[in-house]
Design a protein around this ligand. Structure first.
Ligand code: BV8
Length: 235
């Protein structure tokens, strides 16, 4: 497998597929979340406006799962690469841009992680902007710990909302030598558009159970489960 070579700046874009073998569901696989939930009901600001209890239950259920899953070999392989840079064993750098809202990258040891669609472990107050860490169930009437108003929502980016950390992401994409996508269907923008932004200046690799919809977009593809393919790529 291609090993990262010295002085390489790697951006890795991860999607739900990297957490699948930890036991978290993806969205668009046959047994995925969107097979049982209507995106418009649980993943839009309009849906939250219409039925905040339904949306709170949807995210409370997914947050509760975090206690029962562990990072897998793919998360750990990426964390190993970052540790090698921190220890001076590799003079490259790696940034993980994740569409995932779970905390498995961090629990595997990765620190250079950007959650462009937000995080399950955080809420956001629509009145004062506080973003308290939240590990238990919350209800729409739960008072904000900072301003005590019942105006908390999941700190998640829903469809039609602006993704987080876009400036940092765009800067990293412009500067990277290698762009690797892992476990993403490449259907949600702006993440799905990153490949077009880097193709002219970076070596591109897709790691997925299936071949990408447009294979020509990538210089290389590794088809197989992330827990096998990512450690091979990092080794
Ligand atoms: C925005 C919340 C403006 C968190 C999510 C028409 C054309 C183009 C764009 C649009 C359009 N109409 C509307 C849009 C914009 C819209 C969009 O892209 N819609 C799509 C459906 C067309 N996007 C937005 O609204 C975004 N905001 O555009 O604002 C803007 C933009 C830039 C700057 C300023 C303003 C906001 C999008 C965020 C929505 N929030 N979720 C949550 O609930 O989790 S999206 C949701 O999809 C998740 O975040 C998820 O991460 C994301 C992508 O899904 P994937 O992670 O790829 O998961 P999926 O199930 O699809 O695929 C899993 C893959 O893993 C598969 O390929 C499978 O083969 C693979 N796999 C499975 N098992 C394994 C595996 N691979 C390896 N190993 C395994 N074991």
């Amino acid at each position: 497998m291609t090993q990262p070579h010295p002085a390489e700046r790697i951006v890795v874009l991860t999607g739900a597929g990297i957490s699948r073998e930890s036991g978290l569901e993806t969205f668009r696989d046959a047994d995925g979340l969107w097979s049982r939930h209507d995106i418009n009901d649980v993943c839009t600001p309009e849906g939250f406006q219409r039925d905040p209890m339904l949306v709170s239950r949807f995210y409370n259920g997914r947050r509760a799962e975090l206690a029962h899953v562990e990072p897998n070999a793919a998360h750990r392989a990426l964390a190993y690469l970052e540790q090698a840079a921190r220890d001076g064993r590799w003079d490259g750098e790696i940034l993980i841009v994740t569409q995932n809202i779970d905390d498995l990258h961090e629990r595997a040891g990765s620190r250079n992680v950007v959650h462009m669609h937000g995080e399950l472990r955080r809420l956001r107050c629509m009145s004062c902007g506080a973003t308290p860490e939240w590990l238990d169930d919350y209800l729409p009437q739960t008072p904000c710990p900072a301003c005590h108003r019942p105006t908390l929502r999941p700190d998640i980016v829903w469809f039609g909302e602006i993704p987080m950390h876009m400036e940092r992401i765009q800067a990293a994409l412009a500067a990277c030598d290698r762009f690797v996508t892992i476990g993403t269907s490449g259907t949600v923008y702006p993440a799905a558009g990153f490949i077009a932004e880097v193709r002219d200046h970076a070596d591109t690799l897709d790691i997925n159970l299936e071949a990408p919809a447009i294979p020509a977009l990538f210089d290389r593809t590794l088809v197989g489960p992330a827990t096998r393919m990512v450690p091979q790529w990092v080794a």
